[in-house]
Design a protein around this ligand. Structure first.
Ligand SMILES: [Zn+2]
Length: 85
């Protein structure tokens, strides 16, 4: 199925509409792409506490985006996702 994406935390493939999309902007800052329309490299996460917790660890995000990511950036993303659970 072409609309499935893999969660970077649990590696299960799901319909991308059910996943949270993260994107990296041109300043190497990760953002939550709520409308899933931002350009650039994306990474996907299940919308549950376990995957949010694991998937927003810097090591996990750095692997997904293949670049150095600030710890503060990871925390900001995590807090926002947890708040919206
Ligand atoms: Zn997951």
């Amino acid at each position: 199925m072409k609309n499935t994406r893999m969660c970077i935390a649990c590696r299960i493939k799901l319909d991308k509409l059910k996943l949270i999309k993260l994107v990296k902007n041109k300043n190497n800052v990760i953002e939550i792409d709520k409308d899933k329309i931002k350009p650039g490299r994306g990474a996907y996460l299940c919308n549950n506490a376990q995957c949010i917790s694991k998937g927003t660890e810097s090591i996990c995000l750095q692997k997904a985006f293949k670049c150095k990511i600030d710890d503060e950036n990871c925390k900001t993303i995590r807090n926002e996702l947890v708040r919206n659970l």
